[in-house]
Every structure is written in structure tokens, then in C-alpha cells.
Design a protein around this ligand. Sequence first.
Ligand code: CDP
Ligand code: CDP
Length: 228
Amino acid sequence: PEDIPVITIDGPTASGKGTLADVVAHELGYIVLDSGALYRATGLAARRAGVELDEAEAVAAIAAKLDLHFAKGRVWLGDEDITDALREEASGLAASQVAAHAPVRAALNQLQLDFRCLPGLVADGRDMGSMVFPDAPLKVFLTASAATRAERRHKQLISKGIPANIAGLREDLEARDARDKGRTASPLQAAADARRLDNSAQTIEESRDLVLSWWAEARPFKGSALSH
Ligand code: CDP
Ligand code: CDP
């Protein structure tokens, strides 16, 4: 598996990781691991099972048995389509609570490694470069200002007809950032060899092309990344 190419994209909430992962993977024909979805699904499954989110071992047992499937852009937990439920802010908050438990992270580790298959993987999350795929030839640490991220999240929600206010969203995302950075188990931090990218003033296409050029540099003999 070490020969299978991986690009990792880590960073705080609403920095654009998922979008960047999708467009980069699309250009390269790679698959995508949205690791946040695994933590979100764990939070959801724990709540469904009546398990308190602060009970590390009980939540880890749920994570280890997670019956999760990805198909045609939808996410299934058992035979339930949980795609929309996963995107709710409450799911993000629950995810960040269960993600603080080391046993939960350990339970999800192999599941994440199993996504590494040919022709290649783009993995986004908080610790893809620092913990899960430390040998990835290209690690991106994606950031944007809190104001920009709150605006992006606001636009996303409004476009889906979900009422939201920017100040409240900014407070929520700063609280989640603080929890993700402050925890002892795999805190949000750039890997030592990560390339930092602040995309506050960038379009998605600009970020995509920059990452593809980094990828061509990181894999000079295999990269056909810039062939389009
Ligand atoms: O995955 P993550 O929470 O980091 O962020 P996302 O869901 O990919 O992006 C949040 C929102 O920001 C999406 O609606 C993106 O379209 C938008 N975005 C943007 O407007 N400009 C960028 N350069 C990157 C993302
Ligand atoms: O889209 P957004 O960045 O808001 O969230 P996400 O990537 O779906 O992740 C939700 C939560 O799961 C984060 O706040 C983290 O606490 C946790 N998470 C993590 O700890 N490690 C990962 N690799 C991915 C997510």
C-alpha cells in the first residue's frame, strides 16, 4: 500500500478541505476519503444506540462495528441513508466530541487505511497527514480566516434553505477549532512536512491548480497531473 499514491488535506472546519479533495481527486481520477464522515457517523450511531458521547470505550465499540457504506455520493448506516443527517452542524459538534477519545480514533484507523487503493487516494480531515498516512508524498494544511470560513458555511446553509447567522456560526466553528487543536489525541496540527495553503482569497480552481502543481513536483516521474 505504501506504493499507492496519497494526497492528504487537513485543516480547520469550513476551510474548503472537502471541496478541494473532490476537485483534485476528480482531476487525477483518485478516490476520496472524507474522514470527518466517519467521526460524524460514529457520533450519530452512538446517539442512536443511546450511548453518551463522553463514554470513550462505549463509543469506541460503536466505531469498531460501524456498518457504513458509501455509494453514489450517499452515505448509508446499515440500511438508512444518513447523508443529510451527517451534514447537520449538530453532527459536526458530536463528531468533535467523539473524536477526542483515543480509543475511538484507534477503532477508525484501519477503516481509513482501507481506503488506500489504486489508482490513488485524496484523504481529508484533521490528522490524515500527521497520523493516518504519515508517508503521503504530498500533505496539504489548508486554512482560511475564521471570518471567511463562517461566511462560507453561512452561504452553504442558506443555499440549502437552512436559516443561519454568521456570528453564531463563527462562534461554533471557533469552539470546534479550539477543541480540535486542544485535545491530546491527534490534535489538529500541520504535519512537519505539510505545505501550508491559506485559501481565504483564492477560488477553488486556484487552490486545485496549485495542489496539482505540488503533486507534479512531489511525483516528478509519475505525475500526469498537469496534462489537462
Ligand atoms: O470540508 P470543509 O469543512 O473544510 O469545507 P468545504 O465544505 O469543502 O467548504 C466550505 C464551503 O466553502 C463550500 O461551500 C465551498 O464551496 C466554499 N469554498 C469557497 O467558497 N472558496 C474556496 N476557495 C473554498 C471553499
Ligand atoms: O466539514 P468540517 O471540517 O466541519 O468537519 P469534518 O471534517 O466532517 O469533521 C467533523 C469533526 O470530526 C471535526 O471537528 C473533528 O473533531 C473530527 N475529525 C477528526 O478528529 N479527525 C478527522 N480526521 C476528521 C474529523
